[in-house]
Design a protein around this ligand. Structure first.
Ligand code: HEM
Length: 438
């Protein structure tokens, strides 16, 4: 491990894949404090995330450091608290409600395009930052019952700063107490002040509005009924903001990179969206997605090659048996969607961008109860609560923008991934947006 420290830092999934190749589907790392196991066989991954999920919790370095930002929101919580809050929030992600959110997504995109791109003039922007602001506005419109208080760019900056510090902390060999006034901790505190103020404003503004079915309203109702505390609601709103926009933004940013790098795929997306009827006064609704199977397949393939959640961790609460080895209680188990989804054992030509894999009867999208070889949203009871929203939102954003705009990174082939809390392009993504002549 010491010999490979540079690779561990610059390309952690490549390091994990190399370990799996050299030592097999279960690898135990020689860590001094507690055992750390890498699990790469999709059967074992299914067992940890689903079959024997009760034997595993989320008290890992990954989730404990993330909790410095999200508190005890769904992403980082465990046991009874997780069950109670998941029950409160799940109705907000009902299939019919997601379908109804499609028009809001379309509207936010159209407004963004009108505001950002001027007729016949090339607009230069940081595509990564643009997608973060766009998806944050979508979180507000769909889950938080309206608009964000304050400026989206300030909030995005606060979230990204906080996550940056969190990643740096997770990589420290020895934990540094949060009370120490390091530059990182000071940046984290500054970012959290911005984030907390925005969350307080959003909750206060929503309280004075009409009752609704949005997730924030469900949370406020649970607070009023004594089912959730003020802090628990705050933590869930931060979690919705953090988990709900950064992941989708990363998916969109990588999609623009892949399309620019594969002009034939870009043409197929353009041809597909051009065949759709013009949006009516209320914009496109969810039915339009049925006419966009290729665009959806592009998103599926993007999530295979660049899963935003590139690593998933658990802590064993009791001994278990994985791949024929005895795992003790208290061990950290690592599974990497990135490494599994680029493993030639499960995916022919794994590094090739080929959306057609996801078209047709034998689409590898859902692996049912079998081994998990495709897990961008995780698996089992802790499956992403926003999965259906993301899979409606991402194709809708791509279709809405691709119909009127050409969105292009300046140098698609030189983009390098940054493996932080999510997998995103290193140093942003310089891009050009221009109106399409159809
Ligand atoms: C492409 C977009 C997205 C990806 C790739 C993604 C990925 C994931 C993954 C892998 C997990 C499981 C983590 C684990 O098992 O440890 C997860 C959980 C979660 N995601 Fe997402 N996510 C996306 C979009 C969203 C959206 C739009 C929301 C908005 C609500 C969201 C909210 C959450 C929450 C709250 C959890 C925790 C669920 C629980 O444990 O009950 N995600 N996500």
């Amino acid at each position: 491990m010491l010999r490979n420290i540079a690779m561990m830092r610059s390309a952690p999934p490549a390091f994990l894949a190399q370990c799996a190749q050299r030592y097999g589907p279960v690898v135990r790392f020689p860590m001094p404090r507690s055992e750390v196991w890498l699990v790469s066989d999709p059967v074992d991954v299914r067992r940890v995330l689903q079959g024997n999920h009760k034997a595993y919790g989320k008290r890992t370095i990954q989730y404990d450091t993330l909790a410095l930002v999200t508190g005890t929101g769904l992403l980082a919580s465990d046991a009874d608290l997780w069950r109670r809050m998941r029950r409160v929030m799940s109705p907000g992600f009902h299939h019919d409600l997601i379908a109804a959110m499609a028009t809001s997504v379309h509207e936010v995109c159209t407004t963004w395009a009108d505001r950002t791109v001027h007729r016949d003039v090339e607009t230069q922007l940081d595509l990564d930052a643009a997608m973060l602001e766009l998806t944050l506005e979508i979180v507000a419109a769909t889950l938080l019952g309206g608009k964000l208080a304050g400026r989206a760019d300030h909030l995005v900056e606060a979230v990204m700063t906080a996550l940056h510090v969190v990643v740096a902390k997770a990589q420290q060999p020895l934990p540094i107490p949060e009370s120490w006034p390091t530059p990182g901790h000071r940046r984290l505190r500054g970012a959290m002040t911005v984030l907390d103020a925005a969350v307080d404003d959003v909750i206060a503004a929503r309280r004075t509005g009409q009752p609704g079915t949005d997730t924030l309203w469900l949370l406020i109702t649970a607070m009023d009924e004594g089912i959730a505390s003020v802090t628990e609601v705050r933590d869930e709103v931060v979690t919705l903001i953090v988990a709900g926009h950064e992941t989708v933004a990363a998916t969109l940013t990588w999609t623009w990179v892949l399309l620019a790098d594969h002009p034939e795929a870009e043409q197929r997306v353009h041809a597909e969206v051009d065949k759709c009827s013009d949006p009516g006064p209320d914009g496109w609704d969810v039915d339009i997605l049925e006419r966009l199977p290729y665009t959806r397949a592009v998103i599926d393939e993007c999530l295979r090659l660049y899963p935003p959640a590139w690593v998933i961790t658990r802590r064993s609460l009791e001994p278990d048996s994985l791949g024929g080895f005895e795992l003790p209680a208290g061990a950290t188990v690592i599974a990497s969607p990135y490494a599994i989804q680029r493993d030639a054992q499960w995916w022919p030509n794994p590094n090739r961008f080929d959306p057609d894999r996801f078209l047709g009867e034998a689409s590898p999208r859902e692996s049912g109860a079998g081994p998990v070889t495709y897990l961008p949203f995780g698996a089992g009871p802790r499956l992403c609560i926003g999965r259906d929203l993301a899979l409606m939102e991402a194709p809708m954003v791509v279709a809405t923008l691709a119909r009127v705009l050409r969105v292009r990174p300046v140098r698609p082939t030189s983009v390098r991934p940054d493996f932080g809390v999510t997998l995103r392009p290193k140093g942003g993504l310089a891009g050009i947006v221009v109106r399409r002549q159809r």
